[in-house]
Design a protein around this ligand. Structure first.
Ligand SMILES: O=C(O)[C@H](CS(=O)(=O)O)OP(=O)(O)O
Length: 256
C-alpha cells in the first residue's frame, strides 16, 4: 500500500490518478473542519457546489436546504451560513441538508477522479478519517492519497501541515505503508510548525483572523475531537452537486 500527498488539487492531474485509490481531501482552514462540525451536529447530507452560481441554482431547484458558504472568507448575500466551524458547532442541524460552496475546499473534491472514494479530513477528525481510509484501502487493496485543497491551486502551509499529521497517523496504524517523499516533506513541516505555531505562519489563518473569526482558527487546530467522517457518495442527478454523507460510526475501527 502506498501513501502520497498532493500539495494542491492541480498536482493530482500530474500523477495519472487512480479511480480506485482513497482520497482524503484536506482544507484545514476551514472547509473540511466545517464539514466535520456539520456532521457532528446531526446533518443528513451536504451538497458540495463548485461555484456560487451552482449553489444558488441548486437551492432554487430544491428549496428547504440551508445555503452555506463564502468567497475569500466573506459571507455571501442571501446565504443562511458562511463556512464557520464554530457557528456550525452551535447550530441544530439535525436531519438537515446543506448546500456548501467554499473558495478552495469544496472544489478540491471535484478535482479528484470522479467515482473515487473521497473523504473530508482535518485535525479535528484525524484519527477517525485515517482509520476509515486505511480500513477501505486494506479491503480494496488500494493506495491512499491526501489532497491539500491549497489556495487557488497553489501551496498552502496549513493544509500541508495537517496532511503531514494525517500521514503520521496512517503510518502509526500501518507501519509497513510505502511513503512517497511528499509524505516526508509534509511530516517534517508538521514537526516544525505544530498546531501551537501554525497560525502565525499561514495566510489563510491571517485572513480568517482579519475577519474577526479567530475562534474558528482555535477550532480548526483542535486534534481528534470528532469521530465524524464525511464521504462523497455520489452526484445528485437534478443539481449535479456532489453528495457528502457521514460514514456510519460502526465502520470506523474503534482501536485506531
Ligand atoms: O472560508 C475559508 O476559510 C476559506 C477562505 S480562503 O480560501 O482563505 O480565501 O475557504 P476554504 O475553501 O475553506 O479554504
Amino acid at each position: 500500500m502506498n501513501l502520497t500527498i498532493h500539495m494542491s488539487p492541480a498536482d493530482i492531474q500530474a500523477t495519472d490518478p487512480a479511480v480506485e485509490d482513497i482520497y482524503i481531501v484536506v482544507d484545514l482552514i476551514r472547509a473540511t473542519t466545517a464539514i466535520t462540525a456539520i456532521f457532528d451536529q446531526g446533518a443528513q447530507r451536504i451538497l458540495a457546489a463548485n461555484t456560487v452560481e451552482q449553489a444558488r441554482e441548486a437551492a432554487r431547484l430544491l428549496p428547504g436546504r440551508l445555503l452555506c458558504g463564502e468567497r475569500n472568507v466573506q459571507p455571501l448575500p442571501g446565504f443562511d451560513y458562511g463556512n464557520s466551524p464554530v457557528q456550525f458547532s452551535r447550530a441544530n442541524l439535525s436531519q438537515r441538508e446543506l448546500i456548501l460552496t467554499t473558495t478552495n475546499g469544496t472544489r478540491a473534491f471535484y478535482a479528484c477522479p470522479a467515482q473515487s472514494l473521497r473523504l473530508a479530513g482535518c485535525f479535528y477528525n484525524a484519527r477517525a478519517v485515517t482509520a476509515y481510509a486505511l480500513d477501505c484501502a486494506r479491503r480494496q487493496h488500494s493506495n491512499i492519497a491526501i489532497v491539500c485543497a491549497a489556495e487557488n491551486n497553489y501551496f498552502a502551509l496549513d493544509d500541508t501541515i495537517c496532511a503531514g499529521y494525517l500521514a503520521q497517523e496512517i503510518q502509526r496504524q500501518e507501519p509497513d505503508i510505502t511513503c512517497h517523499e511528499s509524505v516526508t516533506a509534509a511530516s517534517g513541516l508538521y514537526q516544525l510548525y505544530p498546531p501551537s505555531k501554525l497560525a502565525a505562519y499561514c495566510h489563510s489563518a491571517a485572513q480568517v483572523i482579519a475577519h474577526g473569526l479567530s475562534e474558528d482558527i482555535d477550532f480548526c487546530l483542535r486534534q481528534n475531537g470528532s469521530f465524524s467522517v464525511a464521504r462523497v457518495t455520489g452526484t445528485e442527478p437534478r443539481t449535479g452537486l456532489l453528495i457528502l454523507e457521514p460514514v456510519d460510526s460502526k465502520f470506523i475501527p474503534a482501536n485506531s
